[in-house]
Structure formats: structure tokens, C-alpha cells
Write a protein that binds this ligand. Structure first.
Ligand SMILES: O=C1O[C@H](COP(=O)(O)O)[C@@H](O)[C@H](O)[C@H]1O
Length: 323
């Protein structure tokens, strides 16, 4: 029996009452979470999927199978907006629609956030009409990647999301699954994976029948100017990981060096993936991925995003300027 600690409440000190008091799965937790000595809920492990049961298209694509990597599938949608403001408006509508759909369909909405600029692009969701119309109690929030730093550190993706988004919505505190920042990178990755397994077992997260990996309802991915997504960087061996659900990196080319990240099989098992990319600084990587004259010598992590479900690109004019 393995145990995990992601059900412990977040340790951010300023967490507001409305989040702290509506914790669904925990007894009422007082404010000012100073390392509460609760016993973590145990998370029974499920058998790991065998390699042979993994959809072959999810395996790392070598240069020999480059066409598979870089082809934009016909059902993929690329939307280009005049401004980042317009992008944010459309993104809010899209997320609210999926929230409604999954809340009605299965009584829960599992949403994966990224760090960086993505959080700012979610700002319209915390405004009218969505702040009142979205059923936030159905939301379960995860991170595609997290930096292994304290939760109140400026580099923390949780901290960023808390300040820019989570603190503004009435989401139950027990539905926010932050990493255990008291662990090493390796320990935090294992702990997060154990938590996911528990949540798959109790059906908070669905399981992909095709791949045996968790199937999140919506994965919101940002992209770095180098084409990295989550903490999967170009040329790094982690992009080839096809067994683990969550892994760790200690030599991230972008600081801070220690991070945990979802692996490609998890990302690509999602029901919906939105790639949210703004700014001319990202135009080259967008061009490499979506342009017609693709260079087969380059494999960017973003080119390996090929979900079981639907992929949608939200670009502003700057990001699309080289298409
Ligand atoms: O380090 C990271 O970078 C990417 C991209 O960030 P952005 O600020 O260029 O949008 C982000 O998606 C990821 O979550 C984060 O850890």
C-alpha cells in the first residue's frame, strides 16, 4: 500500500476562507495552513500499463517517423486571434463550455494547468458571466508540471495559479492537487503519480481504455519559445518516457532546474488539449509545428502533442506571424 500526500491542503498561508472551508474530501481545515500534521490518505497503486498495451502512436517518435510527429490532424483546430485579449475571451468560452459538458456528463471536470503565461490567459474565466455560471465545485485541478520549490515561492506554478486564478474562484480546496513541496523531485513525482492512481481508482480522473494512462478532461498547455511544453524540453531524454505517468527533471535548461512533469503518454491520453500560445517570440516554434515547410531535422516537444481526443490551438497574431 503506497501513500501519497497530495490530499493535504495547500500550505499557502493566505488561502481565503471560501476555499479553505469548502474542502470536500477532508475534515474542515483551519485557515493558516502551517504544515498540518494530517496523516496522508493512502493511495493504492494500480498495476503499471505494459509497454505493449500503450498505443504505439504515443511512443517516442524518431526521425524515421517524423511525418507522424509533425502532421496536424484534420480534426485539430488552429485559431488565430487579433490580440491576446481576444484569445483570452475565446479561451474562457471554450473552457466554460467543456466544464459544463463534463460536469453534466460525469459530475466532475479534471483540468490540468501549466505555469507561465497560461495563467494570465485564463483571466476572463474569473469574470462575468463565467465566475457565476461555471460549476466550480465540479473542478479538479492538476498541474502538467511543477517546479520543486516551496508553494509560496515566486517560481512555483501553484503560487502563480493561486494568485492569478484559483484564489478568485470558489473551488473546494480538496479539489486542488498541488505537489508535496517537502519532498525531493523524485519523491514529489512518485507522490503525484500515486495520487493520480488513487483518483483514477475513485473515478475523479478517467482512465484511457486505449492507453491505460489517465485521461484528463482538459489539459491547458503553454509552450516556451524553444517549443517545450510542461517540463519536457527539446532533446531531453524525458520526452521518451513512456511508462511513468509523472517524472522528474533535475537539469531543466530553464530555471529552476528541479521540476516534475507529466509524461507524453499522459498528455496524449487527454480528452481535450488546448495549446495556448501568445507572442512573436514563439512564432518560430509555432512555424516549425504548424507551418507547411516543416524541417524534418527538428523535433520539438510541442510537435509530439497528439492527443487521443481533440487538440485546439489558441494563437495570437504574434505567435502566428510566421505561418
Ligand atoms: O517553465 C515553464 O514554461 C512553460 C512555458 O511558459 P510561458 O511563460 O512561455 O508560457 C510553461 O507552460 C510550463 O508550465 C512552465 O513550467
Amino acid at each position: 500500500m503506497a501513500s501519497c500526500s497530495c490530499f493535504l491542503p495547500s500550505t499557502l498561508r493566505q488561502l481565503p476562507n471560501r476555499i479553505a472551508s469548502v474542502n470536500r474530501s477532508q475534515p474542515s481545515i483551519p485557515l493558516a495552513f502551517q504544515s498540518i500534521p494530517l496523516k496522508p490518505i493512502s493511495c493504492p497503486l494500480q498495476p503499471r500499463p505494459q509497454l505493449s498495451s500503450i498505443n504505439p502512436k504515443l511512443k517516442f517518435r524518431t526521425k524515421a517517423s517524423m511525418a507522424e510527429v509533425s502532421t496536424v490532424k484534420s480534426e485539430d483546430k488552429v485559431q488565430v486571434f487579433d490580440s491576446e485579449e481576444d484569445l483570452a475571451v475565446a479561451l474562457a468560452k471554450y473552457v466554460a463550455h467543456l466544464s459544463d459538458q463534463f460536469a453534466k456528463q460525469r459530475g466532475a471536470f479534471s483540468v490540468v494547468l501549466s505555469g507561465g503565461s497560461l495563467v494570465k490567459s485564463l483571466r476572463k474565466l474569473v469574470e462575468a458571466p463565467y465566475i457565476d455560471s461555471v460549476d466550480w465545485s465540479k473542478w479538479h485541478v492538476f498541474w502538467a508540471d511543477e517546479r520543486v520549490v516551496p508553494k509560496d515561492h515566486p517560481d512555483s506554478n501553484y503560487f502563480l495559479a493561486y494568485n492569478g486564478f484559483l484564489s478568485k474562484i470558489p473551488i473546494p480546496a480538496g479539489n486542488v492537487y498541488a505537489i508535496n513541496d517537502a519532498l525531493s523531485a523524485e519523491g514529489a513525482a512518485d507522490d503525484y503519480e500515486t495520487c493520480l492512481k488513487h483518483l483514477v481508482k475513485n473515478k475523479t480522473i478517467e482512465l484511457s481504455e486505449a492507453t491505460g494512462f489517465p485521461k484528463f478532461d482538459l489539459m491547458l498547455l503553454g509552450m516556451g519559445p524553444d517549443g517545450h511544453i510542461a517540463s519536457l524540453f527539446p532533446g531531453h531524454p524525458l520526452v521518451q518516457e513512456n511508462e511513468k505517468w509523472v517524472t522528474f527533471i533535475k537539469d531543466s535548461p530553464k530555471p529552476p532546474p528541479e521540476r516534475i512533469t507529466f509524461t507524453f503518454p499522459v498528455i496524449n491520453s487527454s480528452a481535450h488539449v488546448a495549446l495556448v500560445v501568445a507572442g512573436a517570440g514563439k512564432a518560430d516554434a509555432v512555424h516549425t509545428t504548424l507551418g507547411s515547410d516543416q524541417n524534418s531535422d527538428v523535433v520539438l516537444p510541442v510537435q509530439m502533442v497528439s492527443p487521443e481526443g481533440k487538440l485546439k490551438w489558441f494563437l495570437d497574431k504574434g505567435a502566428a506571424s510566421k505561418l
